[in-house]
Design a protein around this ligand. Structure first.
Ligand code: UD1
Ligand code: UDP
Length: 376
């Protein structure tokens, strides 16, 4: 039997986290597939942390990250460099994930070569083309190009159906982020590895730990400034400690360091490697973030999430009661944080809800469906 050639293409930290469990399982199917990995390295250090943890060595590394790269420059670099990889490996299928510039541009390049495109985490929408920017357009155009759509939820499937995508091409699977989380949790607690984590020096069981992250382009400027002003006010509440692993994008870390540096109970740290970050999430009382992946992971750990965005492509969390959209207005961030800290019932109503993004069997479902597709 001729083996199908599969190429995974991704470039940023969250894509790597969410693709890793699928790559690991796909590689086990070596009697039917030749599986290779290409990283654009749109991210560098933050991507490498994840590749190390999951023990993935890319077959192709385009090494494209440049400091503060523009979207147009990145787009042209991905097209030019990925083209050569596709010509060399000649895959039958590429797998892309979500909504990054790597996902959209790789799909476009694969389309030019008549290669079939499988889109993981398909169908998320805000229907606002500037929020999140440029992710809403990246994922809408990726859907247009893709041949097979792996949607995490029924809502995501419905969004794709509304855009005229054939229902036979869509499979609802849950989100692979939970598969990754389960892998991380089991590794963290085997041999009590967490005992060696540097982050322990910031953890004190008697304090209310608030974990913060943020990186969305639409929050650059005022959004980040307001978040920082809110954190300064929150840090004055009694018994609070804030840990903020700051994204390496200069549009984020420059203002954050300027506004928050030197405050005793606000700890600004480098991005953490994935298992250490998962451990830190599990020790947190509240998470304040604009991250997509964290909104999906935190409910599995029972941690309420305040989302510093005005729109969302993840309404499932809001409906399940695991996250609240607080936007980037200072007072709203402060008042919801205070309410969570002071009102036990309000806190428990959020922390005890079921995670709407699945149980960690997304990879199994994707793989089973894909093998059937290839065989048919
Ligand atoms: C990108 C994705 C976004 C995703 C996010 C996850 C696009 C347009 N954006 O945003 O969808 O949610 O990743 O984090 O695809 N940098 C480093 N080291 C790193 C990573 C980034 O120094 O390991 C700095 C560089 O200066 C780089 C800048 O951050 O130029 C921006 O990186 P980029 O990938 O363009 O955007 P993100 O904001 O990270
Ligand atoms: N994460 C990490 N280290 C950190 C912060 C986040 O490993 O210091 C992980 C987190 O667990 C989640 C993912 O990175 O799985 C989210 O990435 P990000 O917020 O950059 O992107 P988004 O999910 O918004 O696209």
């Amino acid at each position: 039997m001729v083996k199908s050639k599969i190429l995974f293409v991704f470039g940023t930290r969250p894509e790597a986290i969410k693709m890793a469990p699928l790559i690991i399982e796909m590689k086990k199917q070596s009697s039917i597939f030749v599986t290779k990995v290409c990283v654009t390295a749109q991210h560098r250090q933050m991507l490498d942390q994840v590749l190390d943890f999951f023990d993935i060595s890319p077959d192709y590394d385009l090494d494209l990250m440049k400091k503060n790269q523009s979207l147009s420059f990145l787009t042209s670099e991905i097209i030019n460099n990925l083209d050569l990889v596709l010509l060399e490996f000649l895959p039958d299928y590429i797998f892309v994930h979500g909504d990054t510039t790597t996902s959209f541009v790789s799909s476009l390049c694969a389309y030019y070569h008549n290669i079939k495109i499988c889109h993981i985490e398909a169908g998320l929408r805000t229907f606002n083309k500037f929020s999140p920017f440029p992710e809403e357009i990246n994922r809408t155009l990726t859907a247009k190009l893709a041949d097979y759509h792996f949607a995490p939820t029924l809502k995501a499937k419905k969004n794709l159906l509304k855009e005229g995508i054939d229902k036979e091409k869509i499979k609802v699977t849950g989100n692979t982020v939970i598969d990754a989380l389960n892998i991380a949790l089991s590794k963290i607690y085997i041999n009590r590895i967490y005992k060696n984590y540097n982050i322990n020096k910031y953890l004190n069981n008697s304090e209310n730990l608030i974990l913060v992250t943020g990186h969305r382009r639409e929050n650059f400027g005022d959004g980040i400034k307001n978040l920082c002003l809110a954190l300064l006010e929150i840090s004055e509440l009694s018994n609070v400690s804030i840990i903020y692993p700051v994204h390496l994008n200069p549009n984020v870390y420059i203002p954050v360091k300027k506004l928050l540096k030197g405050k005793k109970n606000i700890h600004l740290i480098e991005p953490l490697n994935y298992p250490e970050f998962v451990y830190l999430m599990s020790k947190s009382k509240i998470i304040i973030t604009d991250s997509g992946g964290i909104q999906e992971e935190a409910p599995s750990l029972g941690i309420p999430v305040l989302v510093t965005r005005n729109t969302t492509e993840r309404p499932e969390g809001i409906e399940a009661g695991t996250v609240i959209l607080v936007g980037t207005e200072k007072q709203k961030i402060v008042s919801f944080t205070t309410k969570l800290l002071k009102n036990k019932k309000f806190y428990e109503d959020m922390s005890l809800q079921k995670n709407p993004y699945g149980d960690g069997d997304a990879v199994k479902k994707i793989l089973k469906h894909f093998i059937n597709l290839v065989k048919s």
